[in-house]
Design a protein around this ligand. Structure first.
Ligand code: ADP
Length: 641
């Protein structure tokens, strides 16, 4: 160290001595010639700060130094430098030359490629005799640390401000009132929703005591709230009543949290208030309709069940247990277990109906038999809806079940009665018919025309009676599944022609006009199919009392042959159109006009066509007429015998 050196060594020249001192300062010192752009001196600290040796700068000159400056900083640096020199030359006042003429902060590249921040003061080092600056000394210190801290602070501040803005936006846009107050209850903030809910503007509310919105009868609550908060506790969803500016009492749900200062001392509270008046009203209405529904369910002895399709779990209401004769609360479990109750003859149909309902093909509505654990057979009627999730996947099936055993028994008794009665009627009517025909031909032969004519009329009435008995017998057969079919190949048009001619003989008022497509041999029960056409034709005559014509047409397509009977009569109102094929359904005319009949013909017709794998339908316009049609598939093959 210089301090310990001998006196003889004190003769070291001043410049060297100065250079030694300068090498020890933490800053970078460099002197350069403005004209040549060469450094005349660079201290050793450059090595520490930038990784390069002083030699690198002495050789590379000002150009080398500039190449290390960050591209974004080089231009402002050069500009500032030049400006400072012009100014220094103009002043040419050496007195100020120990003060920096320029100061910059900029980035410069370290030998390892990273950038360092430097703070550099440029000082006039030397001038020529005219006072023009010839040498400048740059004194630089590394401020990278400081700069990084500043940058970090700026980022942190920005983040904080953004967060503040974000929170402010939430508070402003909230549908719930957000209010803060001191522990003494003085309101310190009040958002837009608070204004909307309570009617006071922020200006009116801030500074006021919170009792502004607390009705008299609820004031004691505030004390309790403050005490809870003082213990640092939150209050969640506390339902109470508050009062608005115009005196209206509203139901609110309050959530209150303590506000703490930096030291954690509770200094106030923030309150979120939600107006739940409407919600309560909806809840009440829902509860009322639930009660009403329950009443209806109880009164109608309706059982409710819920099948979670995904979990395959069935839940029954008490009534369903009762209907199935099972102890209440017993676990029914999955669908497979429930199937045990199904009557073997109905099981497959029910299973199919459930699958169709789940697939969305047909709503579930079935009447079927169950067998209770004690072996009793019961008829039940069940309707259900399939509930799907957002993606359209079936989740649940919700159903209502009623015990219809009594109704079914009555129906069965009635069917049996109709069956027996019509059967018993058939024999005497047939013999009466035979005797009238005999008498008619006898009177005709004897020339007693008057008596013969009367018997013809008796005969016509007997035909009607026979048809009626025939219908009643058919119904019984359909209901008991005993309607039999004798199938064969037959010429369709020929059958149509035959029947049309037959019906033409029974009417003098209507002309039956045929328009038949080329014929085809079809497979089916000729008589039964003919019975359907007869029904269409007699209806057409009956329900068009003021018309003269009826059109009959056949049409052959690739799949089926179709026959249509068109009349120009009273027509069918829209809402009854699909019902005419139901059992005992008859349209009641508003004009009071009555037509004989019992509403069975079309039901029987539709059942026959269904069993022949065909379709029946009707187009009709009230007051204009109707067209009844049915089709029979032509590809049906004869059954192997
Ligand atoms: P019925 O004629 O014995 O009452 P149907 O089953 O043949 O029984 O017909 C059911 C109902 O459909 C009839 O009562 C009638 O209201 C209506 N209907 C049937 N055919 C026609 C038609 N061609 N024009 C208008 N209404 C008809």
């Amino acid at each position: 160290m210089q301090r310990n050196s001998s006196p003889s060594q004190n003769k070291v020249p001043d410049a060297i001595q100065a250079s030694r001192i300068l090498d020890r300062v933490p800053g970078m010192v460099a002197v350069y010639n403005i004209q040549s752009g060469h450094y005349t001196y660079v201290n050793n600290s450059v090595q520490k700060i930038l990784g390069y040796s002083p030699q690198d700068f002495l050789v590379g000159g000002f150009q080398f130094a500039s190449s290390l400056v960050h591209p974004e900083d080089i231009q402002p640096l050069t500009r500032q430098n030049q400006k400072a020199l012009v100014e220094a030359n103009r002043k040419a006042n050496k007195v100020h030359d120990n003060l920096p003429i320029v100061t910059f902060e900029y980035r410069i590249r370290h030998k390892n490629g990273t950038y360092r921040w430097l703070h550099t003061d440029g000082v006039v080092y030397d001038r020529d005799e005219k006072g023009t600056v010839t040498h400048v000394m740059n004194i630089s210190i590394d401020i990278t640390r400081r700069r990084e801290r500043e940058l970090y602070d700026a980022q942190a501040r920005k983040q904080f401000e953004e967060k503040q803005q974000y929170l402010a936006a939430i508070v402003a846009s909230s549908d719930d009132a957000i209010i803060s107050k001191t522990l003494d209850g003085i309101i310190t903030s009040w958002n837009k929703a608070a204004y909307r809910i309570f009617g006071f503007t922020a200006k009116e509310a801030i500074g006021q005591h919170i009792t502004l919105i607390i009705p008299k009868e609820h004031r004691q609550e505030e004390e309790r709230i403050v005490n809870t908060l003082k213990q640092g506790k939150h209050i969640d969803h506390f339902e109470t009543v508050r009062i608005t500016k115009n005196g209206k009492r509203i139901l609110v749900s309050l959530s209150i949290s303590p506000i703490k200062d930096d030291q954690g001392t509770i200094i106030g509270a923030s309150k979120i208030a939600r107006d739940i008046t409407q919600q309560k009203l909806i809840e009440q209405t829902a509860q009322q309709s639930q009660e009403r529904l329950q009443l209806a369910v109880d009164a109608g002895k309706i059982g409710i069940w819920d099948w979670d399709i995904q979990k395959n779990e069935i839940i029954w209401s008490d009534r369903v247990y009762e209907i199935h004769g099972v102890r209440k609360g017993k676990n029914i479990g999955e669908l497979e277990k429930y199937r045990r109750f199904h009557h073997p003859e109905d099981a497959e149909r029910i299973n199919h109906a459930i699958q169709q309902a789940i697939a969305g093909i047909k709503p579930y509505q079935e009447e079927f038999r169950i067998i209770t654990p004690s072996g009793k057979t019961r008829w039940i009627e069940t309707k259900a809806v399939v509930i799907k999730d957002k993606s359209g996947k079936p989740r649940r099936m919700l159903g209502a079940t009623m015990d219809i055993t009594n109704r079914k028994n009555l129906e069965q008794q009635k069917d049996e009665f109709v069956g027996i009665a019509s059967h018993e009627l058939k024999t005497p009517v047939t013999s009466i018919k035979a005797y009238t025909q005999l008498l008619e031909s006898k009177f005709s032969k004897e020339g007693n025309e008057k008596a013969a004519l009367m018997l013809t009329k008796v005969n016509a009435q007997l035909n009607k009676l026979t048809a009626l008995i025939g219908d009643l017998l058919d119904i019984t057969k359909i209901e008991t599944g005993k309607l039999e079919f004798y199938e064969e190949y037959f010429d369709f048009n020929e059958m149509v022609q035959e029947i049309v001619e037959e019906i033409q003989l029974t009417t003098t008022t209507h002309k039956l006009v045929m328009n038949l497509d080329q014929t085809k041999s079809v497979y089916g029960d000729r008589d039964r199919i003919g019975q359907v056409l007869t029904n269409f034709l007699t209806n057409a005559v009956k329900y068009s009392p003021y018309a003269q014509k009826i059109h009959i047409s056949t049409k052959l397509s690739e799949e089926a042959i179709c026959v249509s009977v068109r009349d120009f009569g009273i027509g069918i109102p829209k809402d009854s159109k699909d019902k005419v094929f139901e059992r005992f359904f008859r349209v009641t005319t508003s004009s009071g006009q009555t037509f004989p009949g019992i509403g069975l013909g079309l039901y029987i017709s539709s059942q026959i066509i269904k069993r022949q794998q065909g379709k029946v339908w009707v187009h009709s316009q009230k007051g204009k007429g109707s067209t009844f049609s049915f089709s029979i598939p032509i590809r049906r093959k004869a059954k192997k015998k």
